[in-house]
Design a protein around this ligand. Structure first.
Ligand code: CDP
Length: 221
């Protein structure tokens, strides 16, 4: 890793409901790295805009709102946390309103610039497993540990429905893949895993195998 990021970064990208959160969290716990959920950061900004009555499509007003909001990104119990003006938005992050507007917010270049800076800052202090859409392609293109987790559209829709959540994943995937700023792509050197017929343990097992092959010291894991 370059000098400015002396810590290990494992990047996990993929479309909505591909299973990347469960996999990233499991990996981080086993490795004792910090789990960073970058989707939660975009969701938090979306919640803030909706709460303050700022239209998610109005890039100028969203940017202004962020300018006047204090954002604290930290770590608690091995996982990333976020506070906006001292408020923890976690209970609101998977609401239907946030699901329906997060891709619009995430397509604003200034929002991405600010959040990517915060995401990179985690690797100054911690070894991390970071999940999102652009971690291997844009946030940490230099990390040798990149994974792209996919699953069929049917399996992904079923997974989200089983969580009891109203989520327009097809529309989010389309917006996330076609936006100009850091779209969801498979980084050239990412290892792709189709999780349609795999359990979380199956996917993490495959990732551990790959990390070992790449020479990452895994101890007894
Ligand atoms: O869990 P799920 O895959 O449904 O979504 P998420 O990871 O919580 O991400 C929510 C949304 O944030 C995505 O649909 C993207 O629009 C955006 N996002 C992004 O643009 N870049 C990231 N690194 C992470 C999320």
């Amino acid at each position: 890793m370059p000098k400015e990021h002396p810590h290990i970064v494992i990047a996990i990208d993929g479309p909505a409901a591909s299973g990347k959160s469960s996999v990233a969290r499991t990996l981080a716990r086993k490795l004792r790295y910090v789990y960073v959920n970058t989707g939660a950061m975009y969701r938090a900004v979306t919640w803030l805009a909706l709460e303050k009555g700022v239209p998610p499509l109005d890039a100028g007003r969203v940017q202004q709102l962020l300018h006047f909001t204090e954002m604290e990104c930290g770590v608690r119990d091995g996982e990333s946390t976020i506070l906006l003006d001292g408020v923890d938005p976690t209970p609101h992050l998977v609401s239907e309103a946030v699901n329906g507007n997060v891709s619009a917010i995430a397509s604003i270049p200034d929002v991405r610039r600010l959040l990517v800076k915060k995401q990179r800052a985690y690797a100054f202090d911690y070894d991390v497993v970071m999940e999102g859409r652009d971690i291997g392609s844009a946030v940490f293109p230099e990390t040798p540990y990149k994974f792209y987790i996919d699953a069929s559209a049917e399996v992904r829709a079923l997974r989200r429905a089983r969580q009891g959540l109203q989520d327009s994943i097809t529309s989010r995937d389309k917006q996330d893949s076609t936006r100009r700023a850091s779209p969801l792509i498979i980084a050239e050197d990412a290892h792709v895993i189709d999780s349609s017929n795999l359990t979380v343990e199956g996917v993490t097992g495959e990732i551990f195998g790959r990390l070992k092959q790449k020479g990452l010291p895994l101890g007894e894991l």
